[in-house]
Each structure stands twice: as C-alpha cells, then as structure tokens.
Design a protein around this ligand. Structure first.
Ligand SMILES: CCC/C=C/C(=O)SCCNC(=O)CCNC(=O)[C@H](O)C(C)(C)COP(=O)([O-])OP(=O)([O-])OC[C@H]1O[C@@H](n2cnc3c(N)ncnc32)[C@H](O)[C@@H]1OP(=O)([O-])[O-]
Ligand SMILES: NC(=O)C1=CN([C@@H]2O[C@H](COP(=O)(O)OP(=O)(O)OC[C@H]3O[C@@H](n4cnc5c(N)ncnc54)[C@H](OP(=O)(O)O)[C@@H]3O)[C@@H](O)[C@H]2O)C=CC1
Length: 286
C-alpha cells in the first residue's frame, strides 16, 4: 500500500487545540526553541505562546519561521521573535542566545528540537551524509546547551533544557546516524544534568515515536504508510502530544526531574519497528 498526504496541524488547529495546561502557566518565561518553523517545533511555539511565554524560534529557513510568527500574530495576537541561523555554527548559536537576552531580558528554557536525518542503510552512508546528521543532531544540540548554560552560570540564573531525541535502545534501522547522534545527546544530557544541578540547571530529553509532521516528507510513501503500525496502539502521535510533554518538563511540574527521558511513542519502545526507508525483504514477515 502507498500513501501520500499532508502531515501535521494547520495554524488554526495549533491556535485552538485544547490543552491540559492553564493559560498563565509560563507567564513571561522566556524560551529559545530550535526548529520552530515546522512540525513539533511550530506546535511548541504556539503552545508556549498560549501559556504566556515569550518565545524565540530559530531554524535555517527564514520563510518558515516567519510563517509561524505571522500565524501566531494573526491567531493569538502575540509577537514572537525569530532568528534564521544554523545550530551547527557555535558563533550563530552565541548570537541567538545574546539576541534573546537583549530582546527579552533573560532565558528560562531552551528546547533543542531542530534536527533530522534521511533514511538509508548504514552501509551506504556517504561521509558527507554521516557528518551532516552528526553535526546537526549531536554537535548542534551541544552548542545550544553549552551556550545557554554558560549564560545561566555567568548571570547566576536557573534554567532548563529539553532535548528532542528518539527512542534508541533497540537501535534504529535505516537511521543509524541519527541513532548514534541521539544516543550521544541522551548520555550527554544525563551527564550534564549532574554537573549542572548545582547551577540550578535541569536537563531532560523527550523521545518521540512516529509523530505525524511535515518532517515525514523525507520518507517514501511506502514507509509512511506503515508508520501507524509501528507501535502497539497502532496509530501515530501528533505534535501536540510532544509539545504538552515538553511543557510538563519545563513547568513547575518538572521541578524535581532532571537527567530523565520522557518517551512519547505509543509503546513503540516495546513493539514495532519503523523502517523509515521501507521494509527489507528479509524482515517482511507477518
Ligand atoms: C526514523 C523515524 C522517526 C523519525 C522521524 C523524524 O525525525 S521526522 C523529521 C525528519 N525531518 C527531517 O529529517 C528534516 C531535516 N533533515 C535534514 O535537513 C537533512 O536530512 C540533514 C539532517 C542531513 C540536514 O543536513 P544538510 O542541510 O547538510 O543536508 P543536505 O541536504 O545538504 O545533505 C547533506 C548530505 O547528506 C546526504 N543526504 C541527504 N539526504 C539524503 C538522502 N535522502 N539519501 C542519502 N543521502 C542523503 C548527502 O550526502 C548530502 O550531500 P550531497 O550528496 O547532497 O552533496
Ligand atoms: N516526527 C517524528 O516522528 C520524529 C521526529 N523526531 C525529531 O524531532 C524533531 C522535530 O521533528 P519534526 O517536527 O517531526 O520535523 P521537521 O522536519 O518539521 O522539523 C525539524 C526542524 O529542524 C530545523 N532544523 C534542521 N536543521 C537545522 C539546523 N541545522 N539549524 C537549525 N534548525 C534546523 C528545521 O528547519 P530548517 O530546515 O528551516 O532549518 C525544522 O524546522 C527533529 O529533531 C526530528 O528528527 C524524533 C523522533 C520522531
């Protein structure tokens, strides 16, 4: 079976989806959020804004960031800040943090959501492809974490970080590059969660399963057609499921949680395999 479709929520849905959280939960808290121009990051930008936070989003493509900003302005009557940049460049990351502090006075939370990969058997990875995925998902996330933590330390302020990763304990066939990068981020997070606890900096991860977003456009239709069957609930998650999980960790509900990974995957960690490039013949069994 093949399937082609539009993924993700409309701006109107993001502005009106019900949430379990009260509207002033994050009043005037400042969040820096990568990958806010699409998918889960866009959902988070809407939800943080709806809960009263001041939001800075970044990503490489300005037009996508502007679309999120304009939608929020039109539908929620609030302004957010945008900055086109790449998390791979530590100088651009420093500029992002400094600009956020200049604009909003401080930073309370950093959500490292920007990232991605392409589906391919590991044996065929090109050097450039491997480096691109590691540089984005591992190095880029680290640049953001360290840049924020240095500012919190130097300014004597508390902070929290949430890194969007993936559930990697059973490996991720056809996504070994991202599996390696995300495993790195998870154990980096657990390590600095300890090192930075005396600085009042909490560090956690969120591991989504198959979550229907426009990010699925990098996968072939025969792969996405199976995505709902990769967990025991036999459905895909959505960007709101992940956005609400992130809020749980950054809000006071998460104040005693650090070094943790919240898996939001419909049970995929126990049953189901994604095969984002399509199921190889050998594994095509009932
Ligand atoms: C797993 C299921 C669960 C997860 C779901 C999600 O995450 S959904 C969300 C998912 N959302 C996303 O994943 C979206 C974000 N993803 C991305 O932006 C890219 O995948 C990126 C992470 C590589 C970005 O790095 P970048 O801007 O540097 O990218 P670039 O375009 O310049 O490529 C650099 C090199 O990578 C190689 N290569 C690239 N594509 C393929 C391919 N299809 N085939 C083979 N190789 C490929 C190639 O060597 C290329 O160089 P070349 O040969 O062209 O000179
Ligand atoms: N959807 C899913 O099922 C799952 C997704 N994930 C991860 O969750 C995160 C969000 O994914 P999702 O919303 O689904 O997909 P999207 O592709 O919509 O989101 C990825 C975002 O990251 C941004 N981004 C990519 N590279 C960089 C970079 N170098 N610097 C700054 N921003 C960057 C992209 O913007 P731009 O291209 O403009 O830079 C884009 O907005 C990703 O890390 C993804 O890999 C993990 C597990 C499952």
């Amino acid at each position: 079976m093949t399937e082609t479709r539009q993924w993700g929520f409309s701006e109107e849905e993001l502005a009106s989806l019900p949430t379990v959280y009260r509207p002033d939960l994050l009043q005037d808290q400042v969040v820096v959020l990568s990958g806010g121009g699409s998918g889960m990051g866009k959902a988070m930008a809407y939800l943080f804004t709806r809960l009263g936070a001041k939001v800075m989003i970044c990503g490489r493509r300005e037009e996508k960031l502007a679309e999120t900003r304009d939608g929020i302005r039109r539908l929620l009557g609030r302004d957010i800040a945008i900055m086109p940049m790449t998390i791979r460049d530590p100088d651009q990351v420093d500029a992002l943090m400094d600009r956020t502090i200049a604009e909003f006075g401080r930073i309370d939370h950093v959500v490292n959501n920007g990232g991605g990969q392409f589906p391919q058997a590991a044996i065929d990875f090109s050097k450039k492809g491997w480096n691109a995925v590691i540089d984005t998902n591992l190095n880029g996330t680290w640049h953001m974490m360290q840049a924020a933590a240095k500012r919190w330390r130097d300014r004597g302020e508390a902070g929290s970080i949430v890194n969007i990763v993936a559930y990697v304990e059973r490996g991720m066939p056809q996504a070994a590059h991202t599996c390696a990068a995300r495993a790195g981020v998870i154990y980096l997070s657990k390590t600095v969660a300890t090192e930075w606890a005396p600085l009042n900096i909490r560090v956690n991860c969120v591991a989504p399963g198959t979550v229907a977003t426009e990010g699925f456009n990098v996968y072939p239709p025969e792969a996405t057609a199976r995505f709902a069957d990769t967990n025991p609930m036999r459905r895909m998650g959505n960007a709101w499921d992940v956005a609400e999980g992130v809020i749980y960790l950054v809000a006071p509900s998460g104040k005693f949680i650090t070094g943790e990974m919240l898996t939001i995957d419909g049970g995929m960690q126990m049953w189901g395999t994604v095969w984002p490039g399509g199921v190889p013949e050998h594994f095509n069994v009932v």
